[in-house]
Design a binder for this molecule. Sequence first.
Ligand SMILES: Nc1ncnc2c1ncn2[C@@H]1O[C@H](COP(=O)(O)OP(=O)(O)O)[C@@H](O)[C@H]1O
Ligand SMILES: [Mg+2]
Length: 443
Amino acid sequence: MAYGQFEQFIRNMSRVMGAVNTKLQRDLTLRTRVARRFSMVEVASLLGVDTTYLTRISGEEPLFPEGERRGRERTFSPSEIMLIRALIGSNKAAKRPYLYWRDQDTPVKVVTFGAQKGGTGKSLSAAHFAQYVNLHYGLRVGVIDADPQATISLYFADEDLPLFEQDTPTLADFMGVDDPGAQRLTNRSAAELDAIWQSSPWPGVKIIPGGANIQNGDISLFFMSQQSQVPVYRVLKDAIATWDQGNGPKTPIADLRDASGNFDMVAYETALAETVDVIVIDQQPSLTLMQLNGLVAADSVVIPQTMKGFDLATLATYVSNIGEYLEFIMGFEADLEIGAGEHMVLPTIVQEQNSQDTDQILDLYRKAPREVMQVWYSRSDAIANAAEEYKSIYEYLPPKTRRTSAKAFMTNANAVNDALVQRIWPDLPPRDFAKTFIEERWS
Ligand SMILES: Nc1ncnc2c1ncn2[C@@H]1O[C@H](COP(=O)(O)OP(=O)(O)O)[C@@H](O)[C@H]1O
Ligand SMILES: [Mg+2]
């Protein structure tokens, strides 16, 4: 029988894969995770202050981190940058906020990166967005990896993250659809849901790693949709709301200091871990029920999209399928609020040398100026190299030959994320990264 051979092949490969150490390749990246350090000048720029001010504060604040000294240069890790931000931001004399944490009345924001096609830069865009708002605004971020391939998890994983282990909970567990044979949702309390998040080496960034059992979620949701009244499209939206009710912000920034103005390190560590300000969902390239949940749960949807003709055809399919789903949902539950925020198509891997890609963007933008972003990710060798090590441009340590192109891509990433922030949080103070990009490209 023909399938006998295939079965034998699968058996052999399973045996081989059980014996090879697939972790070997990953170990180096995981061990050196977030090894990049930032100079005083870079930290000042992240905080939006000048270097003289930062140097003065470093002398005045007893808890200002030492950093690492090499000659006259002092460098800081992302965790140290977050602490510096909190020290300055909690100072009664601060003239403006430095930590843009949400207040008790604001529900968690959900931003989903999704597209029909693979390899359009969804995971990279989502990872850069999460790290950008962490580095530039001090936001606490929850990253949900909705892809069984777990790409974005690799961008955040260090050796402590139990990635690809059988009993590591995934999005399917968070949604209560981890048992494909179950008749109904597993209801988890806010505390049980909170325990599913894993910590990451980034300060205030938690993650629900991806994994194969996300597919169980689809099987489970499918059967539930067949036999009961379970609203299978809003399971994630409801789970996030339940989590948020029990795990919202508790510590106001003013409480990071005691009555006599001393910084309270314990209160700071507690506050950094007690909630997240935004949840970033990285979708799998498809529109399964699990992925539909990622869209329905979102305040904002970002569609990273390459500009080639055939790729754009996948965008047409994606939006028309979503449209059909939405119509179905509205028929079921007309008053469900979906996607109250801004949504946008983000052009990615744009080849600027030939004008085909940029002409395509121009054409799309003219027809849909709200929907299509004026800022895009250009094709970059530096990021392709960084991606091979599962590193974002914010933590990539380029070899000498790639320093210029790495710097250019960091400028590019800042522009894209500045533009996203302006749409997603109109109240946050913008930087001038997007403005500069637009002036350079569009005039
Ligand atoms: N701006 C870019 N320039 C060059 N290569 C890119 C760029 N963005 C993404 N890539 C390449 O595409 C691959 C897929 O990116 P990824 O973010 O994983 O896509 P997706 O999540 O949509 O499948 C990356 O490994 C990287 O090599
Ligand atoms: Mg991906």
